[in-house]
Design a protein around this ligand. Structure first.
Ligand code: MG
Length: 159
């Protein structure tokens, strides 16, 4: 039976941090601030995958107060989410994500992101959709104060 999960994440953009989205380091004047590498796209996808099995969210599995996850690559969060699905006899069918960033241009990196996300989840890159939009200069995203991401996941689970 197909189950669907949704995820959303946002991190502030600050000077002196690397910008990592979908596991790709993107050249930019600012990067996302957070306890881990602050990869908002991978975090949103992680929550979407966990949502398919009602397993809570990324913060419950990887508390941002735990020094083990300081500066951690978010790939490990996706690997754990995929492990949770597998432990329930499930199979990830597909992932679809949208990045909301005023700058920089992220779409040129979409193929590399797909490969990173697919590898972490153990699915083919063809099962991962990545889209990007600006926020038309509106709000905190439009003022380049942060980057947001949304994702959905579908998982085939035994009844
Ligand atoms: Mg996050």
């Amino acid at each position: 039976m197909i189950h669907v999960g949704i995820g959303y994440d946002v991190h502030p953009l600050i000077a002196g941090r690397k910008l990592v989205l979908g596991g790709v380091e993107i050249p930019h004047t600012k990067g996302l601030d957070g306890h881990s590498d602050a990869d908002a796209l991978m975090h949103a996808i992680c929550d979407a995958v966990l949502g398919t099995i009602g397993a809570g969210d990324i913060g419950q599995f990887f508390p941002n107060t735990d020094p083990r996850w300081k500066g951690a690559p978010s790939r490990i969060f996706l690997e754990e989410a995929a492990r949770q699905v597998k432990a329930r006899g499930g199979r990830i069918v597909n992932i679809d994500g949208t990045l909301i960033a005023q700058a920089p241009k992220v779409l040129p990196h979409a193929d590399a992101m797909k490969i990173n996300i697919a590898t972490a989840l153990g699915i083919p890159p063809s099962k991962v959709g990545i889209k990007a939009t600006t926020n038309e200069h509106l709000g905190f995203v439009g003022r380049e104060e942060g980057i947001a991401a949304m994702a959905v996941a579908s998982v085939d689970l035994p009844e």
